[in-house]
Design a protein around this ligand. Structure first.
Ligand code: SF4
Ligand code: ZN
Ligand code: ZN
Length: 315
């Protein structure tokens, strides 16, 4: 029997990047302490703040919800949960009840905002239109831009001081690499544990950023959390190639992902210095904050003959 390097109980996980074996209890304790350390080290939350957490029903967001619920009880913060229903048939309709169930279990108020209500079309319809018009953009481009816009609006309407998302180490390192590959400095400098753009934008925090995806999955399993495990039917393209490349590097050279993250964090102040600050305007079409005259969501919708409705998401 392989033993936990910390307490001698039966090991369930080989943390290769640290050269240790961990039992179920030590792994769970380590995940929880990394979550709390990220919050205190990067000052992600202050006592008494109102936090909105984005939950899809997947393992990362459900773990984030449970950890935040524990933390908020202890630090007297108010937690609410938001799910964006993009309208992906056979996928989001299955994860949404799981998100709702977990929020109910914890007594966390849960709000659902949908692409259909906000944009008059589901993501499935948007993808159809984009293919017909040969825009050359992949579904994740539409989904990412529009979901960010709705999450920000919903969090602002709920009076949230912070918007927590469940990006883990793997997600963050993939995003770093993707923005390098695309030479997108403006998106690259927005990465990090906290991003506070300007008025109208709710600061976004990532308390799971230093926890590998595998450890979050194991933590969900060990705590017996109900999570949705399916993969989005639109997942694909360069994101997957970068993910596979990073996983191969990590398998052959353990600790690579943490090294990329650490290097990025050291470069970040320089990146911020050389990225011009933008002036906040109100989108001429939907009234949401943006750096240009028309926000990215409206620009994408306009190409498809759609538009964002000017109305509150949370009634
Ligand atoms: Fe949206 Fe792409 Fe994620 Fe699917 S994989 S939920 S389309 S961002
Ligand atoms: Zn142990
Ligand atoms: Zn707009």
């Amino acid at each position: 029997m392989l033993k936990c390097s910390l307490c001698g109980r039966r090991a369930v996980y080989d943390r290769r990047y640290a050269g240790v074996l961990l039992c179920d209890r030590c792994l769970a304790k380590s995940v929880e302490s990394r979550f709390r350390r990220a919050i205190s080290e990067h000052k992600l939350l202050s006592p008494g703040e109102r936090v909105a957490v984005a939950i899809s029903g997947g393992k990362d967001s459900i773990v984030c919800l449970h950890l935040l619920a524990d933390y908020c009880r202890w630090r007297n913060c108010k937690l609410v949960a938001i799910t964006v229903d993009e309208g992906i048939k056979g996928y989001r309709d299955r994860s949404l009840p799981i998100a709702r169930e977990n929020a109910e279990l914890l007594g966390v108020e849960h709000f659902v905002v949908s692409f259909r209500d906000a944009f008059g079309a589901t993501l499935d319809r948007i993808v159809q239109l984009a293919r017909r018009r040969r825009t050359g953009l992949n579904p994740c481009t539409y989904c990412g831009v529009m979901r960010r816009s709705l999450l920000n609006q919903a969090a602002r309407e709920l009076g949230a001081d912070k918007l927590a998302t469940a990006h883990n180490l793997d997600d963050e390192v993939q995003a770093i690499m993707l923005n390098y590959v695309r030479a997108d400095l403006s998106r690259l400098h927005r990465l990090g544990p906290i991003y506070s753009p300007r008025e109208g934008f709710v600061p976004r925090i990532k308390p799971l950023r230093e926890i590998p995806e595998k450890e979050i999955a194991l933590y969900a399993l060990l705590r017996g959390l109900k999570v949705h495990l399916d993969t989005c039917p639109y997942a694909g393209g360069i994101h997957i190639e970068i993910r596979d490349f990073l996983n191969k590097l990590e398998a052959n050279h353990p600790n690579t992902k943490f090294m990329i993250l650490r290097m990025f964090d050291r470069l970040k102040p320089e990146l911020t210095r050389c990225t011009p600050r933008f002036e906040v305007k109100m989108c001429e079409l939907c009234g949401e904050p943006t750096s240009t005259n028309i926000c990215k969501a409206c620009e994408l919708l306009k190409q498809l003959g759609l538009s964002k409705r000017r109305k509150r998401l949370i009634c």
